[in-house]
Each structure stands twice: as C-alpha cells, then as structure tokens.
Design a protein around this ligand. Structure first.
Ligand SMILES: Cc1cc2nc3c(=O)[nH]c(=O)nc-3n(C[C@H](O)[C@H](O)[C@H](O)COP(=O)(O)OP(=O)(O)OC[C@H]3O[C@@H](n4cnc5c(N)ncnc54)[C@H](O)[C@@H]3O)c2cc1C
Ligand SMILES: *[C@@H]1O[C@H](CO)[C@@H](O)[C@H](O)[C@H]1NC(C)=O
Ligand SMILES: *[C@@H]1O[C@H](CO)[C@@H](O)[C@H](O)[C@H]1NC(C)=O
Ligand SMILES: *[C@@H]1O[C@H](CO)[C@@H](O)[C@H](O)[C@H]1NC(C)=O
Ligand SMILES: *[C@@H]1O[C@H](CO)[C@@H](O)[C@H](O)[C@H]1NC(C)=O
Ligand SMILES: *[C@@H]1O[C@H](CO)[C@@H](O)[C@H](O)[C@H]1NC(C)=O
Length: 535
C-alpha cells in the first residue's frame, strides 16, 4: 500500500480487511430495454453515427473488425447499437447516456480481443452497446522536434508505424507484430514486440493520454492523476474508461535492419537448438531479437530482427548462437518499416507497404483460441522432446509462439507499470489453436490446447501461474456476476495477469469507478474496503 499515495485519503480513516467484490451498481439493477438509451443518444449524437440493430448496415459495421469468427455466430448476442464516435463529445455522451439508462458499454478499437470482449458479452442477458473508436478516431500526429506522436486509439499499429516512418524513417515505435492490432486494446494491455528487448513495451513509451472516465469527463494525464495514468498503461482494456488517444515517445532506428527466418525440423536438431535458445535469446545484445514459432511438421521457426546490417549480425550469431548455423545467406536487409510489414513477422499477405500496413480488413475464416505462460527457468530438453513427439503429432495441433524478454525488460521494476513480467523472465509462450469454421467447432483444436496447457503447468512459472492480459483467456477465471471474491484466497485471474499489481489496480478502480460501470468478464473489480473499526 506504500505506493498508493494518491489514495491515502480514502484509506486513512479506519482499519479494514480487504476483499474484492462485484458491487451492485446503478446498471446491474436495471432492466433497461434500451429505448431510453437510444433516445438519449439521439439528443446528443448525430444520428448517422449510431447504428441500431435495424440499421441496414448494422451487421457490416459490427463485423468490420471482428477477427475471431468464434464470436460472430447466429447465437452470439448482438449489441443494442454501435456508436461510431467522431470526437470526444460523442464518447462522453455514450457514457453519460449509458449510465443514466442502465446500458453498459464495450469499447472496441481494433477488435483483436482473443475472447471478443470488445463486441460481445459472454452473458446472454446483458444489455450493452459498442463504442467503436476504430471506425473514425484514427489520426496520428507526429511531432518530429519532440520525437513524440499523438495516436488515436482507433488507429492500428500498422497505421501508427506507417505514419511515423513516413514522417522520418529513422524513428519508430516499439509495439506488436501484427499490423491490424488496434492501438486502443494493445496499449491498454502492454504491447510486446520485436523491439521490446531494446526499447520496452508500448506502455513503457507512453507519456500522456486522453480518457473519458465513468463520469463522462475528458481527462489528460494531469487531469486523471498518476494512479489512473499508471493503471491504463497495462491494466487491460475496458476497466477504467475509454482511452481516446495516447502520446508516445518515439525511438530511433537505424536506416538498415536485418531480418531472418530459419526453420529447423526435429531431424535437423530443432530440440537442441530450441533448448539452447531459451538461455541465449534473453541475453543477446538488445539490438537482436529472435522469437520462435513451434508448429506442425515437427518444426521450429527462428525469426530474427536485428537493428543493424547483416555483417555485424552474422558475427554476433557466430559468437553467441552458433547452434542455429545462421549465415549471410539468411540475411534480408530492409528498412525498419519494411520489417514491420514483412510477412515473416506479421503473417500478412504480399502487397505494397501501404497495402499491408494500412489494410484493416479482417479475415473471418479462422477461429482461434489463445492461452499464455511465462518461463523463468529453461524448460528441459526432455520436455521439449515430449512437446514435439506427443503434442505436435496430434490432431488439432496449433502453434506456440515464444518471445524472449531480457535486455531493457529486465531493467524495469515489476511495479513500474501493471505489466509485472519483467526481471528474470526468459520468455513468454503464446499457445494458439485454430480451426476453419465458425462457432463452437474445433473440438480437436480445443482439446489439444487444453491438454497441452495442463501438461505445461509443471514447466512454467507458478504461484501464481502467469498469463499476459493481451492474450486474454477466460478459462483462467471470470468475474462473478453477483458473487464476491475473497482477495486473500484466490484463485484469482487478476493475480495471474498482474501479480502484485492487481491489488493496486483494484484500488485505483475503487476510486475512479466505484460503482463498476466499466465492467466485463475480466475487468478489474473495485477493491472494497470493509470497515472493521470506525473512528
Ligand atoms: C493476430 C493478432 C496478433 C497479435 N499480436 C500481438 C503482439 O505482437 N503483441 C502483443 O502484445 N499482443 C498481440 N496481440 C494481442 C493484442 O495486443 C490484444 O488482443 C489487444 O487487446 C488488441 O487490441 P484491439 O484494440 O485490437 O482489440 P479490441 O478487441 O478492440 O480491444 C481489446 C480490449 O481492450 C478494450 N479496449 C479497446 N479499445 C479501448 C479503448 N480505446 N479504451 C479502453 N479500452 C479499450 C476492449 O473493450 C477489450 O476489452 C495480437 C492479437 C491478434 C489477434
Ligand atoms: C451503410 O450503408 C450505406 C448505404 O447502403 C452506405 O452508403 C454506407 O457506406 C454504409 N456504411 C458503412 C459504414 O458500411
Ligand atoms: C444463421 O442464420 C441464417 C439465417 O437464418 C442461416 O441461413 C444460417 O445458416 C445460420 N448460420 C449458422 C452457422 O447457423
Ligand atoms: C514531419 O512532422 C513535422 C511536424 O512535427 C512536419 O513539420 C514535417 O513536415 C513532417 N515531415 C514529413 C516528411 O511528413
Ligand atoms: C508472396 O508471394 C510469393 C511469390 O509470389 C509467394 O511464394 C508467397 O507464398 C506469397 N506469400 C504470401 C504470404 O502470400
Ligand atoms: C487485406 O486483407 C484481407 C484479409 O487478409 C485480404 O483478403 C485482402 O486481399 C487485403 N487487401 C489488400 C489490398 O491487400
């Protein structure tokens, strides 16, 4: 509690025992049918910015940024309406009307949430509306003198990278690898990527933000205060308000970067190389990031990005990771922006830089389920052998993506931002299962990912087993609609994402949104202080 200076006033009057509870709020008790909400919106927002279920292109707008067809089926409950704000006042109006009329809001920026929480509710009875900031709040304004940019939440990271590099190709921003990811959700949860070993997460480079809070107030960093500003940089989207834009500090990149993509099958020594990679990758020079994709075909793909030219890279690889056998023939030299758009990293299709980086179109063909773990002690060779021989020989096998930490990541204290997975983390594992049909198909894929995740429990970080909030996974726990949690006796999903930062997030929430208006299946609940002795 020592760090909660800003909350001292609220906590100083009594002794208390703490637990987390879902408080009943103005909204929970409402049985709104939405008419009052729509009427309220009509008075405050231009009609053409509100798509109701009866609008002819309601479905087009709803589906426009859905990335996971699992959550676009006939059975998926539809929002009452979709608000596509053109400026801050429209977002403020949606919040004010929502609170007044008992309608919850789901905020959507890029629509990539693994559980679809930005546009669907897992509770069929919930009346909710979507505020889709991705529809038009997408500007990027670069300030070259300051080496900063303001980026609207609805922009994709591809749009951000493009706008920065078009202004000056020697600056960039450290964030994710898939260009269609939305800035709004991505920055809210952390933002890991190929430059994090040198420059940190996206949230490590955010210096200001504009947010509409649960009272409908528009606040910047000075207005919201340091506790709330801390919470929105990694505490996960959808808990604290609607972030409209972020001010980011740009980083320098060299004119030439080098990427490589080296596949090794088990027969070619993938197990030994991967076992070695676990210790090598987190301690390489921070200019060099090598991630690994383990996939079908008994194969590990080693994908590297080096912030420099081929010659120096080959030398470093020869000294530090000779096992991979990388040579200058593996080098692909390009600009940083090209590396951010290159299919080897982002899996996007061929096309011009503009076509790849600015393409927001969702492909709705592949359903996915993701999960995550963190590794602090290298997994044994025997375990990797079993992962390949047993789990990647199975029907429904998907892929693992391993992303090294270390470097700059080790220098940031775990409490500096809500993202706690810092010093000593070797790498994060993302498990991904996929199948080619809508809805609840994919039995083999789901059973594969569930079984593998159980198996991996013995090999990864424990007490609590860690997870990354941006790889959202409802299996690890959900807020109870009416129940209360005992803070001390979990198991709590929040501690798995945020470890020691969960409590501070809940404390901030109790101050800025005490009635829990911004709420979803995994939003931060307010920390309720029960008074045991009143002065
Ligand atoms: C193909 C793919 C690749 C990915 N690659 C990476 C990667 O390289 N690195 C990485 O770290 N992550 C990656 N992710 C995960 C990604 O960072 C998260 O899914 C992120 O939350 C997506 O943000 P979004 O705006 O696209 O999603 P949305 O679904 O729009 O939002 C996600 C969550 O944030 C909330 N939210 C959205 N906008 C706002 C806002 N403006 N204010 C407040 N809350 C908001 C939503 O309500 C929801 O709860 C990837 C995901 C996918 C599907
Ligand atoms: C909605 O439909 C109208 C008329 O069909 C069309 O002009 C408009 O572009 C559509 N808007 C969106 C966002 O799809
Ligand atoms: C959804 O409903 C439409 C129209 O009723 C129907 O044609 C379609 O087959 C349904 N899709 C699924 C996946 O059930
Ligand atoms: C880059 O941004 C600055 C404003 O910071 C602007 O004056 C300049 O014209 C921009 N340059 C390009 C090439 O867009
Ligand atoms: C890109 O184009 C090349 C050559 O046409 C092709 O071999 C490759 O499969 C394409 N990649 C993607 C991701 O479409
Ligand atoms: C944009 O992406 C979609 C989905 O991946 C793809 O079908 C389409 O061809 C892409 N458009 C361009 C112009 O590259």
């Amino acid at each position: 509690m020592g760090m909660l200076r800003g909350l001292a006033l609220a906590f100083s009057v009594s002794f208390f025992s703490c637990y987390l509870a879902m408080v009943s709020s103005d909204v929970a008790s409402s049985d709104s049918d939405g008419d009052g909400f729509l009427q309220c919106l009509r008075e405050k927002i231009p009609r053409e910015l509100v798509y109701t279920q009866s609008s002819s292109n309601f479905t087009d707008v709803l589906v426009s940024s859905i990335k996971n067809p699992r959550f676009f089926t006939n059975a998926t409950a539809r929002p009452l309406c979709i608000v596509t704000p053109g400026d801050a006042s429209h977002v403020q109006a949606a919040v004010v009307c929502g609170r007044m009329q008992g309608v919850r809001l789901r905020v959507r920026s890029g629509g990539h949430d693994y559980e679809g929480l930005s546009y669907r509710s897992a509770r069929p009875s919930e009346v909710f509306a979507v505020v889709d900031v991705g529809a038009s709040l997408r500007a990027v304004r670069v300030n070259r003198l300051e080496s900063t940019a303001w980026v609207d939440s609805g922009a994709t990271i591809g749009e951000l990278y493009y706008a920065i590099a078009k202004n000056d190709s020697l600056v960039a921003f450290p964030a994710g690898e898939c260009t269609t990811v939305g800035v709004g959700g991505h920055f809210s949860g952390g933002g890991i990527g190929m430059m994090m070993r040198k420059h940190g997460l996206a949230v490590d480079r955010i210096v200001d933000a504009k947010l509409v809070n649960a009272d409908g107030d528009l606040l910047d960093r000075a207005g919201m205060g340091e506790d709330l500003f801390w919470a929105i940089r990694g505490g996960g989207g959808g808990s604290f308000g609607v972030v409209l834009s972020w001010k980011v500090q740009l980083v320098n990149v060299p004119p030439t970067v080098t990427v490589f993509n080296i596949g090794k099958t088990v027969d070619q020594g993938a197990v030994d190389i991967l076992t070695r990679w676990q210790d090598v990758a987190p301690s390489l020079p921070s200019d060099l990031t090598i991630r690994v994709i383990v996939q079908q075909g008994q194969q590990a793909l080693f994908q590297g990005q080096y912030l420099g030219a081929c010659g120096a890279l080959v030398e470093t690889m020869g000294e530090q990771f000779p096992e991979l056998g990388m040579t200058s023939a593996d080098c692909q030299q390009m600009t940083w922006l090209q590396s951010a758009a290159t299919p080897f990293i982002s899996f996007s299709s061929n096309g011009t830089l503009e076509e790849v980086l600015l393409n927001r179109t969702a492909s709705l063909s592949t359903s996915t389920k993701g999960k995550s773990d963190y590794v602090r002690r290298a997994i044994t060779k025997a375990a990797w052998e079993e992962i390949f021989s047993r789990w990647f020989a199975m029907d429904g096998a998907g892929r693992l993506i391993l992303e090294p930490h270390g470097g700059f990541m080790d220098t940031i204290p775990a409490a500096a931002t809500p993202y706690p997975h810092r010093n000593g983390v070797l790498y994060v594992i993302q498990y991904m299962a996929f199948w080619q049909q809508q809805g609840e198909g994919g039995a083999a894929a789901k059973s594969w990912i569930g079984g593998l995740y159980d198996f991996m429990g013995q090999h990864v970080s424990k007490n609590p087993r860690r997870a990354y909030v941006n790889f959202r996974d409802l299996d690890i726990g959900q807020n109870d609609d009416d129940g209360t949690f005992d803070f001390e006796n979990g198991p709590l999903w929040g501690e798995r994402y945020f470890v020691g930062n969960y409590r501070r997030l809940a404390s901030v929430k109790s101050v800025v949104d005490p009635t829990n208006y911004f709420r979803n299946e995994q939003s931060i609940p307010p920390l309720i202080e029960t008074t045991t002795q009143v002065m």
